[in-house]
Design a protein around this ligand. Structure first.
Ligand code: KG4
Ligand code: ZN
Length: 355
């Protein structure tokens, strides 16, 4: 290879990314910020248990990872030996699930000579607005404020640059996604409940029922009181009428979603006022919620801030977001070596995870 070719390779690196932190086995390929392919294999085995069973997740990742990676390389029309780097989710997540992705990435790096890029899953969600799928994707400028809402996390983060994040506030108990999922479960909806509540909420009255809202100072969140309040309402009403949930499912979903979004939006408003930052992004599975997307867009108009809402497919767990977070580390020369291990718990602020 001549000098010009090798210069080009570093200028626009070709990166394969692997995400296996929970119940989605995903792989993606990017060339610089351009997404070439993103494939997600969602594990359905957990549905019958009403939540993710860690051991089953690890086993499903094991059987999925080779075909998913092979397919994504085929979709991207690239050869494995042309990869400049392999990005992978190091944590946080389920230990056994992470292990599969980490081990696979290390093995492939060893075989191909590609560099290794460890990625903090939370930072992947936060950096997802930088994925380029067309010419006209707007990207935030730094610093921007990120509302990260997933199944395990609810956080407000200042992103000073792709390699420096500061946590402003977070949930002190359940995550927003957990509130959706747990309340959905008591209504008999399948796991994960968030998308079902999103769909049913559109058909109901958001003011039909009211639930406990937390009174927390600062920028922290709480959702466990809401969950209990929801559960008590159901128990009380079901004693009077066994068909209560059946009859009022849409209203229950609309009212619950309204309350969750209200809790999130109040804190987001407060964070914008407190920091003076005029660029706001959202990320994480709950950012797929249509009500939240609309609420954030409206907030942008109301407060004259610029909002960045990633495409829906980049909100729930996916490897494309791991690829873009990996790219920023590639540019900074932040590589990992073969001693890197999975880390199940990690702060959003950590760029290189310790053990
Ligand atoms: O980011 P994610 O895919 O996984 C974690 O890192 O946790 O988020 C999953 C969470 C689940 O709680 C799921 O119910 C929620 O995101 N979710 C939604 C929607 N789509 C996924 N919640 C509300 N509305 C949705 N449309
Ligand atoms: Zn996630």
């Amino acid at each position: 290879m001549n000098a010009l070719q090798s210069y080009k390779r570093i200028e626009k690196p070709l990166i394969l990314a692997i995400e296996s932190s929970c119940d989605d086995t995903s792989a993606a390929v990017i060339r610089d910020t351009q997404l070439l392919a993103n494939l997600i294999s969602t594990q359905t085995v957990h549905q019958q248990y009403g939540g993710v069973v860690p051991e089953l997740a690890s086993r499903a990742h094991l059987s999925n990872i080779v075909p998913v990676v092979a397919e994504v390389l085929r979709m991207a029309e690239v050869q494995v030996q042309d990869l400049d780097a392999i990005a992978f989710t190091r944590g946080p997540g389920l230990m056994g699930a992470l292990l599969v992705g980490v081990s696979f990435a290390k093995g492939l790096a060893l075989a191909t000579g590609a560099k290794l890029l460890e990625v903090n899953h939370l930072q992947g969600h936060i950096l997802s607005p930088f994925l380029q799928t067309s010419e006209d994707v707007r990207t935030p400028r730094f610093p921007f404020l990120s509302l990260l809402v997933s199944g395990g996390h609810t956080q407000l983060v200042v992103v000073r640059n792709p390699l420096e994040m500061q946590l402003l506030g977070q949930t002190i108990d359940d995550a927003a996604g957990e509130a959706f999922d747990k309340c959905a479960k008591v209504m008999g909806l399948p796991y994960p409940g968030g998308p079902h509540i999103d769909r049913l909420a559109k058909l109901g009255n958001p003011l039909a029922f009211s639930f406990t809202r937390p009174y927390l100072q600062g920028l922290d969140f709480s959702f466990s009181g809401l969950k209990t309040s929801f559960l008590y309402l159901l128990q009380r009403e079901l004693q009077k009428d066994p068909d209560f949930v059946e009859k009022y499912r849409e209203d229950l979903c609309a009212s619950l979603q309204f309350t969750i979004l209200d809790i999130l939006m109040r804190k987001l408003r407060k964070a914008i006022k407190q920091t003076g930052i005029r660029q706001v992004a959202i990320g994480g599975g709950v950012a797929a919620n249509e009500g939240l997307r609309n609420a954030v867009a409206n907030l942008g108009q109301e407060m004259h801030v610029e909002v960045f809402i990633p495409e829906r497919r980049f909100t729930t767990d996916n490897a494309a977001m791991i690829a873009i977070a990996g790219l920023f580390k590639f540019r900074a020369g932040l590589f990992s070596d073969q001693s890197v291990k999975a880390v199940p718990r990690a702060s959003v602020e950590l760029m290189q995870l310790s053990q």
